[in-house]
Design a binder for this molecule. Structure first.
Ligand SMILES: [Cu+2]
Length: 353
């Protein structure tokens, strides 16, 4: 029914426009075509000025409506640089937008067609060509240079004391792995992935894997003020680690380790105060369409003080201990002895759900 009404409305609007065009055609015949043309030109020129004023007012209204719905302050030290880059881009493009629109609508009004004026024609102007090529080129190159500097910083080697945490996307959640006491993440192999006992395909012949921790609820815990480098991977398709509060994002590509590093500035508790939202949580969103459950691929980050982090870490046990039939992890035992080889080979399938 609503489809029928919509179609009927569109048809009606066309009929009305057609009738108005017809009517104006007849009036121009009665009143003299030249006179009507001059009158129409004047009306259009005035209407264009109105469009400009209304358009600018609309932008102002939208800005006021949306300004407090934007993201809260950047929660990472590096994020400030991206915010200032964003602001610089907005200022430059904003000024250009306003100036060009003003000139466009002013010219339409000021130089409306009249009988007294003939238009000035010129085929080429070197001065103008140089001006409108070099000015945008310099502006764009400067913005790109700032962007490149920030990009290189994001993907560069982090400071020595940085935490290194692995985050792996799969349809449709995130798996987070911390190096254990040895500070090293062990090797993994996609052929060893087993949804029941080895969700990341950790290679149990690598002793660095023995103490690695996979957070049970997939939460990413970070320490405030401590740089963290994320080693990003994917188990199936391309995902993207989107950390809007930290102004960070990076693709998670199967078979490749991508990285980014940043320094969290505020704990979750501090951020609750800053935003005035007692339910505030730092979110990990998947920023790459990855399948039918993409919308639900949300992770959470908890930024803590070093004491809180250590207390939380003490509650975690190595993944190996909980997922190996021979029981709790024992660093004295050889990894190979603890690995049921037969079981591994039968279950060495990549699960792509
Ligand atoms: Cu996704």
């Amino acid at each position: 029914m609503s489809a029928f009404i919509t179609v009927a409305l569109i048809v009606l609007v066309f009929i009305i426009i057609y009738q108005i065009a017809k009517a104006s055609e007849y009036t121009s015949i009665i009143r003299g075509e030249e006179k009507v043309k001059a009158q129409t030109n004047r009306t259009i020129a005035i209407l264009l000025v109105l469009v400009f004023i209304l358009g600018m007012y609309g932008i102002w209204v939208c800005h006021n409506y949306l300004v407090d719905k934007l993201l809260p302050v950047s929660a990472s030290v590096q994020g400030d640089a991206y915010d200032s880059m964003f602001n610089a881009t907005l200022v430059v493009t904003g000024i250009v937008f306003f100036a060009t629109q003003l000139v466009l609508f002013y010219f339409a009004f000021r130089y409306q067609s009249t009988e007294k004026r003939t238009s000035f024609f010129f085929a080429h102007s070197n001065k103008l060509e140089i001006l409108w090529t070099t000015v945008p080129a310099i502006a764009m190159a400067s913005l790109v240079a700032i962007g490149l500097r920030n990009w290189l910083n994001l993907t560069s080697e982090p400071p020595k004391d940085a935490q290194r945490i692995e985050i792996v996307g799969k349809q449709f959640n995130w798996i987070v792995r911390y190096p254990g006491k040895d500070g090293e993440l062990g090797k993994r192999d996609f052929r060893k992935i087993d949804d029941a006992n080895n969700i990341l395909g950790l290679d149990w012949t690598d002793k660095h894997n023995m103490d690695d921790i996979i957070a049970q609820n997939g939460e990413l815990h970070l320490v405030v003020g401590k740089p963290v480098q994320l080693l990003i991977g994917s188990r199936d398709v391309i995902h993207d680690v989107g950390l809007a509060h930290f102004r960070m994002k990076m693709d998670a590509v199967p078979g490749i380790v991508t990285t980014m590093w940043f320094t969290p500035k505020y704990t979750t508790t501090e951020m609750k105060k800053i935003t005035g939202n007692s339910n505030f949580v730092y979110e990990i969103s998947c920023d790459q369409m990855c399948g039918k459950g993409h919308y639900s691929m949300r992770g959470t980050i908890v930024v803590q003080t070093p004491e809180e982090y250590n207390a939380w870490m003490a509650t975690q046990q190595p993944y190996y201990a909980g997922n190996n039939p021979s029981g709790a992890a024992d660093s004295s035992a050889t990894p190979a002895a603890k690995t049921p080889a037969a079981k591994d080979s039968t279950k060495a399938t990549v699960t792509m759900r």
